[in-house]
Design a binder for this molecule. Structure first.
Ligand SMILES: [Zn+2]
Ligand SMILES: [Zn+2]
Length: 76
């Protein structure tokens, strides 16, 4: 049996909770966290900026494509 992983949250206080298996692993920074720190927002994820930017770009592209459709419908 592998040793239980600890939450790798590093803030003002270290977290002593056990890291969650699978779902506790952050895909952005590849560290393991407990249930309360697993979201990028809660562990100061080093790659949070990147993932925010990606979400922003995706959203922008979506809005632009919707606008294109809407303007086509308006001129039709
Ligand atoms: Zn934690
Ligand atoms: Zn992370």
């Amino acid at each position: 049996m592998p040793a239980k992983k600890r939450c790798q949250f590093t803030g003002e206080e270290r977290c002593n909770s056990a890291a969650l298996r699978i779902v506790g692993s952050c895909p952005h920074c590849r560290s393991d966290f407990c249930g309360s720190h697993r979201l990028p927002e809660y562990h100061n994820c080093t790659n949070l900026q990147d993932c925010r930017q990606q979400a922003f770009d995706r959203n922008k592209a979506k809005l632009e494509s919707e606008r294109t459709v809407a303007s086509k419908m308006a001129t039709a």
